[in-house]
Design a protein around this ligand. Structure first.
Ligand code: PRP
Ligand code: URA
Length: 209
């Protein structure tokens, strides 16, 4: 699928196999979400803008480059997206952070928005949306729509697991949004959960069930 980057790496496969396991503890689940998010972020920043700088090593002066860290804003979709924030912030500590509050109605599976707070001047930044699960794509679509209505031009979406149904929906509607995922799973079940997936990401991150 165009604009979908799936990480294929033995390390990711290994970490995902522990993450998906229903017997994995909350502590380990959180740590794995953080680690995979760092790797996703690393991949998503492969077109980052660099500014030229001159520095001095202990040996000699040299011309090199540093990342313009002002170019990014991370926006987790609450709740589960918060689990990814630590990982990406450790990669780009100076990035600004916004929040989009959204939950999926249990009967209609439609997202319900309850919070939206983004940094001033968001339209000048590249926004990296964070949500571990891209299922039907409804939440991603609403979040992208909210950001576009604020004038944001460049958006990337980072998720741990994506369903083909959600990827199709989001990539068809937003061909300009790149999606980075550590795995594309088989399908959605009748309750719109990802199969085989990892269950309810928010509940597993926060230990609520
Ligand atoms: C989950 C997940 C996504 C959404 C994905 O959130 O974190 O936001 O479902 O589903 P979709 O692609 O079908 O919209 P949930 O509604 O469980 O809220 P929570 O993070 O607060 O637990
Ligand atoms: N939200 C989750 O947390 N898990 C799924 O499989 C689908 C939506």
């Amino acid at each position: 699928m165009k604009n979908v980057i799936e990480l294929k790496h033995p390390l990711i496969e290994h970490k995902l196999s522990i993450l998906r396991d229903k017997n994995t503890s909350t502590k380990e689940f959180r740590e794995l979400i953080k680690e995979i998010s760092m790797i996703l972020c690393y991949e998503a920043l492969n077109d980052a803008k660099l500014d030229p700088v001159t520095i001095e090593t202990p040996i000699k002066k040299m011309k090199t480059h540093r990342m313009n860290e002002d170019q990014y804003a991370f926006i987790p979709i609450l709740r589960a997206g918060l689990g990814m924030l630590d990982g990406v912030i450790s990669v780009v500590p100076t990035a600004k952070v916004g929040h989009i509050g959204m939950y999926r109605d249990e009967k209609t599976f439609e997202p319900v928005n309850y919070f939206f707070k983004v940094p001033e001047g968001i339209e000048k930044r590249e926004v990296i949306l964070l949500d571990p699960m891209l299922a039907t794509g409804g939440s991603a679509e609403d979040a992208i729509e909210l950001l576009k209505s604020k004038g944001v031009g460049k958006i990337k979406f980072l998720c741990i697991i994506a369903a083909p149904e959600g990827l199709k929906r989001v990539t068809e509607k937003y061909p300009d949004v790149k999606i980075y995922t550590s795995c594309i799973d088989e399908k959605l079940n009748n309750n719109k959960y990802i199969v085989p997936g990892l269950g309810d990401a928010g509940d597993r991150i926060f230990g609520t069930k």
